[in-house]
Design a binder for this molecule. Structure first.
Ligand SMILES: C[S@@+](CC[C@H](N)C(=O)[O-])C[C@H]1O[C@@H](n2cnc3c(N)ncnc32)[C@H](O)[C@@H]1O
Length: 447
């Protein structure tokens, strides 16, 4: 029996995500799958991201119907079963026969022939059961942490934290957002690029937060020339907003820079400035060099804590973080992350922030940002840094109002984007990923 290229590729990607701790979006955009037809690539992406987004719900069904815990099975059998049940329950246009037969074929080709009959029987049983399929309503109706974690397919410990931080209603909206395919936003350097994208059959709509952003309504921006030659970058509107908060300076340090979305914003808004972009991992620094073409950006591969240069008047610390504000894009993170990781990350974040504060010129400004929803990585990092340094937090709302008065922010209610003195966007409540940002200045600066 032949196997469809999309299912075969999805099976490989899911196994690599499991075995090698690889990131699904990176694999999906790798050379290896670039030659698939747009239709096959679409199905590959749907299968991989769908299985990762709904993994615990799929596993619960599989365990119920097979009467054994799915996690006790070989990884290849787990992945084939998850792909099968995802197609049966979530993808209306796939014939059940194709979903079941190809899952069976996948386990055979993975030399797990003894599991083929089992996979066939479990998937047929699930297909024969016309159970309730309103997954969104189940999230909406959830009354407890455990119901929400189950219906929304998130680890319970993570949902518990969000309910504590944001309340049950907002936690439901976050979970529901994470289960959808997120929108694609781009940052436009100028109007002519917008026209070029349209000529490549990419349909755009205005950004919801920012005037420089556009939402991709249809078409594949990654195959359009302005994207391929680096004129236009895919970048979530929340991420773009963090770049705007850094403002204008003469010597700008981007501490944790790759892949360089925000470096480019800093460079384009500050064409006269000297911009230093530091990235720890050499392969990511190389990527940064390729993507950031502005001549006034110096890319340095290394640990920013070892950088001897000081006296920067603008610094961005876009810290390595758990990424819990980006789970719709990176669903594998929720199954990998452990509660103890959040504390470990805090130590790294604090150490990078403290070294960056020492490089800030008197009168300068530092923006600390993450795409995490966890207070340990955000407010607590700031509180701990302030306890040991003479810096103060600058209220972010007047900065947002100022950006709105300049026409850069188009969102009507900047006040809804803040929590205390900080920027706090939440997926499902704002039209972007979950970003946190704090603005810090020396406490002795007069304003
Ligand atoms: C959140 S990502 C940055 C995203 C980037 N600012 C952008 O907008 O495209 C964090 C980056 O920091 C890098 N990093 C982690 N620790 C670092 C360190 N000590 N010095 C420099 N870079 C570091 C990571 O390798 C990762 O590429």
């Amino acid at each position: 029996m032949s196997l469809s290229p999309a299912r075969s590729a999805a099976f490989q990607v899911l196994l690599r995500v499991d075995h090698d701790q690889a990131f699904a979006p990176e694999l999906l955009h790798s050379e290896r799958y670039a030659k698939l037809s747009p239709q096959d690539h679409g199905l590959l992406t749907e299968l991989v991201m769908g299985v990762l987004r709904w993994r615990s719900l799929l596993d619960n069904w599989l365990s119920d119907y097979s009467k054994r815990p799915i996690t006790s099975l070989d990884a290849e059998v787990q992945s084939a079963l998850r792909m099968g049940v995802y197609q049966l329950r979530f993808l209306d246009r796939i014939p059940a026969r194709a979903a079941i037969n190809e899952s069976v074929e996948l386990v055979k080709r993975a030399r797990k022939t003894s599991a083929a009959a089992f996979v066939n029987a479990v998937l047929r049983k699930i297909d024969a059961d016309p159970s309730e399929r309103n997954y969104w309503e189940a999230i909406e109706k959830a009354g407890t942490v455990s119901e929400l974690a189950g219906a929304g397919s998130h680890p319970e410990w993570l949902v518990e934290r969000w309910v504590k931080s944001f309340g049950l209603q907002d936690a439901k909206r976050i979970c529901a957002y994470d289960q959808h395919r997120p929108g694609v936003a781009v940052r436009l350097p100028d109007v002519s690029t917008e026209n070029e994208l349209r000529e490549c059959e990419v349909e755009l709509a205005p950004g919801l937060l920012l005037s420089s952003a556009r939402r991709v309504i249809s078409g594949d921006v990654t195959r359009a020339q302005p994207f391929l030659n680096g004129q236009v970058a895919i970048e979530d509107e929340g991420s773009q907003l963090v770049g705007l908060l850094v403002g204008f300076g003469k010597r700008i340090l981007d501490c944790c820079a790759a892949p360089g979305g925000k470096t480019r914003i800093l460079a384009q808004r500050n064409p006269q400035a000297e911009v230093v972009a530091v990235e720890l991992h050499p392969h990511r620094a190389e990527l940064l060099r390729r993507l950031v073409k502005e001549q006034h950006v110096q890319v340095i591969a290394g640990d920013v804590r070892a950088l001897s240069e000081t006296a920067f008047d603008r610094i961005l610390v876009d810290a390595p973080c758990s990424g819990t504000g980006t789970l719709a894009r990176n669903p594998e993170i929720k199954w990998r992350l452990r509660p103890s990781d959040v504390q470990d990350l805090q130590q790294r974040q604090l150490s990078i922030l403290q070294s960056a504060l020492a490089k800030l010129e008197h009168g300068g400004r530092l923006v600390y940002a993450t795409c995490s929803l966890e207070p340990e990585e955000n407010e607590e990092v700031i509180a701990r840094a302030l306890a040991q340094n003479s810096f103060r937090v600058v209220d972010v709302l007047p900065e947002l109002d100022w950006l709105r008065s300049r026409g850069e922010i188009t969102w009507a209610e900047p006040a809804s984007l803040v929590r205390g003195p900080y920027l706090r966007t939440l997926p499902g409540l704002h039209p972007c990923d979950g970003f946190f940002a704090a603005i810090l200045e020396h406490s002795t600066v007069n304003r």
